[in-house]
Design a protein around this ligand. Structure first.
Ligand code: GLU
Length: 369
């Protein structure tokens, strides 16, 4: 797991990215980095270690830049060191990419790009995405256009590259030729667009968004968003324009703050002792959809985040075999909540501590009921 974030708006991007990464740090904490688009150039700062280590190498706050992306890593491919930390750039230096997920066919793509003369500098699967976009962009003849037009060359190159990827990704991408634009894309990893007042924050998790806005768009698999300072549009990754519903983020900033506790796990242990919802309260929320269970098999998928990849893969398999799938999840609107036929929300509130406490207790309570 990793956390990605992207910001475009009237605030200085650098402090927004750093604060957002702190809220996402539970998703990965072996290395961290940010990329800012400054005077038409991409500037990267990244390091091994935690967000506090990243803060140490950023000597002064840059208030002049309003567009940037950030990452906090939990490595899957390549050692947790500074070179492998995201953002990753392409050979031309025009593109910067942050990625949450795994590219299964990165080795095949890497070998092919190497035969095209591209040198790789990291051990990650993510670097292949940056080079692939850069390579396609450098060869492409798609006309340049402005944000809001049907398609621009940046979008086109991202779509072509995504079409070659096997695996999972939540992506945020910068292009130096489009200094007021960020592209996000999703398949198998969560991605939420916070829609503020002339500002947008794209992140893996609503925890990074609530400080700025509670209005959000939850991207589904194979969808992408192109964001500018004055608007955004959503499409499928094969370029069909789609309109997405604006949803309300269900929890407040207080729910994810430490509130005097030393760390989140301690806070959450105390929260789970506070109160377990009654059977009547659960019953009134029992269905988030209304399945017709005939004589087939019922499979129950249990997850705090509602994004657990192995569980999602098992749900797909169960559905293919004709099962009715019920979900017991904590995060409202998460992938498992969306793909199961019905289920129960745990109502445990945001759980940030990596070892599950209150969500586990709520799962046991729900299963007992
Ligand atoms: N595969 C990428 C890496 O190792 C992202 C890791 C993740 O999302 O867990 O850098």
């Amino acid at each position: 797991m990793c956390g990605i974030v992207a910001y475009i708006g009237k605030k200085a991007a650098q402090p927004v990215l750093i604060e957002s990464l702190k809220r996402l740090e539970y998703r990965g904490y072996d290395s961290a980095g940010i990329a800012l688009l400054k005077n038409g150039k991409i500037e990267i700062q990244k390091t091994k270690g935690r967000i506090s280590d990243l803060e140490k190498i950023i000597r002064e706050t840059d208030c002049s830049v309003h567009v940037g992306i950030g990452h906090t890593r939990w490595a899957t491919h390549g050692a947790p060191n500074t070179v492998n930390a995201h953002p990753h750039t392409d050979f031309s230096g025009k593109f910067a990419v942050v990625h949450n997920g795994i590219i299964e066919n990165y080795n095949t793509l890497k070998k092919w790009l190497q035969t095209e003369g591209i040198n790789f500098t990291t051990e990650t699967d993510t670097e292949v995405i940056a080079h692939l976009i850069g390579y396609i962009y450098s060869k492409g003849d798609c006309e340049n256009a402005k944000c809001g037009d049907k398609q621009n060359k940046f979008e086109w190159a991202v779509q072509q590259a995504i079409g070659k990827l096997h695996g999972t990704f939540g992506l945020a991408i910068l292009c130096a030729d489009y200094p007021d634009m960020i592209i996000g894309a999703k398949k198998g990893s969560p991605l939420i667009l916070g829609v503020g007042d002339n500002e947008y924050i794209l992140a893996s998790d609503a925890a990074a968004i609530v400080e700025h806005t509670t209005q959000a768009i939850y991207l589904s698999d194979n969808e992408m968003v192109t964001i500018c300072e004055d608007g955004f549009h959503t499409k499928t990754t094969d370029n069909v324009v789609i309109s997405k519903e604006l949803e309300q983020i269900e929890f407040s900033l207080e729910a994810i703050e430490l509130g005097g506790f030393k760390h989140h796990m301690l806070k959450e242990i105390f929260e789970h002792l506070a109160r377990i919802p009654t059977e009547t309260e659960y019953a009134s929320e029992f269905r988030y959809r209304n399945p017709i269970i005939e004589d087939g098999t019922v499979v129950i998928a249990i997850s705090q985040s509602g994004e657990t990849l192995d569980t999602l893969a098992a749900i797909e398999e169960a559905k293919e075999r004709g099962a009715t799938v019920l979900g017991i999840v904590n995060v409202v609107g998460s992938a498992i909540a969306r793909t199961t036929d019905a289920g129960i929300y745990l109502h445990a509130g945001p759980e940030i501590g990596v070892a599950s406490t209150k969500a586990f207790t709520a799962q046991v309570a729900v299963l007992t009921m």
